[in-house]
Design a protein around this ligand. Structure first.
Ligand SMILES: Cc1cc2nc3c(=O)[nH]c(=O)nc-3n(C[C@H](O)[C@H](O)[C@H](O)COP(=O)(O)OP(=O)(O)OC[C@H]3O[C@@H](n4cnc5c(N)ncnc54)[C@H](O)[C@@H]3O)c2cc1C
Ligand code: HEM
Length: 401
């Protein structure tokens, strides 16, 4: 809770902070990286270059201030959970919070100038530390649940046991712990952070990849879409590295699994809707259910450009055989033949009005944001309650502040 004096100041200055939030977070990153260049290896440089991380942080801080004032434009809990899981997968520690706080508050002063009286600075400092304490506590619980005592020591070396071409520009890497220890378990929908040393003085970069195989096996699997240069941007750094430079026998450093968007709990009907590489969490869920709960009523709706672009499609015939109540509804922009799964194959883009909708289903979406917004809006129109629709974004979440 903010103290009442700070709450009044935050309420009065929120419009100014909101209007300049991205300028503030942009100035924050510049200041923090100048003082701590080693943090450039922790943060995603692609998200820095495109401004996505700046936007995500700005939206989170403004959203949290509104939450403290009792004015939640969107439910707060899933947002805080998501940030904490992302932080935990990166090994963020409590000792790093004062660094972020110092540079964030300095950036507020730099951008808003004389408007930041000592009283205003105190009020926003309180907002920052309430947020920081909440995240530190959530992250401590996640580390504890994952058996992590020291986040810096939680990363493990894994060796690539297999490399499988899955679709146009998509490979799966099957990974086994290098020291011969057990892989450990995870919940379908969880992801790992993968850290790669780029070599040539380019430093280290970390990205998240959903685990795409079944849990409970001696190996884990990730499935990576190569991000090609487009719209003036460069090739994706880590996906290109994994495609071009990582083969069988090579080692990768992985975090423990984190992430809270899982579809396999409960026993009711499930609707999994994915597009492109967003199919990875759904495929992990289906492979898990095929072993544990094959009679489950599940619909997989998947959208892709063509059948040959559809990642992990080769598993669908076996899943269909194992799961008698699995319905497959595939949407290919450029048409395609069925692959002997009994799937309904549609031509064109997903029409949410035509998605098979089991009564009372829990819905899980994963794909590009515009795709998910389109499908979500359609399902809401068809009467699916918002709190039954979970979604995973393969990038920093852009919140509506
Ligand atoms: C929870 C989660 C799960 C994920 N699961 C998967 C998965 O299962 N499979 C998968 O393939 N991916 C997954 N991702 C996405 C993955 O983490 C990476 O984001 C993806 O591989 C791209 O990383 P990259 O390093 O190749 O690209 P980056 O180097 O990060 O580039 C990303 C984009 O930014 C653009 N960009 C970079 N620099 C600039 C610049 N200077 N100017 C303009 N544009 C620029 C690039 O052109 C590119 O389009 C997941 C992400 C999350 C958060
Ligand atoms: C109250 C303080 C903080 C807030 C509000 C905050 C907020 C956020 C948000 C909103 C995201 C994006 C999450 C997503 O992917 O959806 C994020 C990611 C991240 N945060 Fe924090 N954070 C805080 C503290 C820290 C600290 C102390 C560090 C460590 C120096 C840190 C490092 C990171 C990194 C490395 C990422 C991933 C960046 C990327 O992939 O682009 N954060 N944070």
């Amino acid at each position: 809770m903010l103290n009442p004096t700070s709450a009044a100041v935050v309420r009065a200055t929120l419009p100014a902070v909101r209007d300049h939030a991205e300028e503030i977070t942009g100035a924050f990153y510049a200041r923090m990286f100048a003082a701590h260049p080693e943090l450039l290896n922790l943060f995603n440089r692609g998200n820095q270059a495109t401004g996505r991380q700046r936007q995500a942080l700005a939206a989170a801080v403004v959203g949290y201030a509104r939450h403290l004032l009792g004015d939640d434009p969107v439910p707060w809990e899933p947002i805080a959970t998501r940030i904490a899981h992302k932080h935990a997968s990166l090994g963020i520690t409590p000792a790093q919070y004062p660094i972020v706080g110092r540079h964030l508050m300095a950036a507020v002063g730099e951008v808003l100038g004389a408007a930041v009286t000592p009283e205003v600075a105190r009020a926003w400092d309180e907002v920052y530390w309430l947020f920081a304490c909440e995240l530190v506590a959530r992250e401590a619980r996640l580390y504890h649940a994952a058996g992590v005592d020291d986040p810096a020591q939680a990363w493990r070396d894994w060796q690539v046991a297999e490399r499988t071409a899955e679709a146009d520009d998509v490979v799966s890497l099957t990974l086994a712990p290098s020291d011969g220890s057990a892989a450990g378990t995870f919940v379908p929908g969880q992801y790992v952070s993968v850290a790669v040393d780029l070599g040539g003085g380019a430093g280290r970069q970390i990205r998240q990849y959903s685990l795409s195989g079944a849990p409970g096996l001696p190996t884990w699997q990730i499935t990576v879409k190569r991000v090609r240069a487009r719209a003036g941007g460069p090739d994706g750094v880590v996906s290109t590295y994994l495609h071009e430079r990582v083969g069988v026998g090579d080692r990768l450093r992985l975090s423990p699994p984190f992430g809270d968007v899982s579809s396999v709990g409960g026993d009711g009907p499930l609707l999994l809707v994915s597009a492109g590489i967003g199919v990875t969490p759904a495929m992990s869920a289906l492979q898990d259910l095929a072993r544990r709960d094959p009679g489950r009523d599940v619909v997989l709706v998947h959208a892709d450009r063509t059948g040959t672009a559809h990642p992990l499609r080769r598993h669908l015939p076996a899943l269909s055989r194992a799961m008698p109540r699995l319905r497959l509804d595939l949407w290919y922009e450029h048409g395609d033949a069925d692959i002997a799964t009994g799937a309904r194959v549609n031509s064109g883009r997903v029409d949410p009005e035509r998605i098979p909708l089991p009564e009372g289903a829990d819905v899980h979406l994963c794909g590009p944001l515009p795709f998910m917004n389109h499908v979500r809006a359609g399902l809401l129109r068809r009467g699916v309650p918002g709190d039954r629709i979970a979604y995973e974004v393969f990038g920093p979440e852009l919140l509506t502040a």
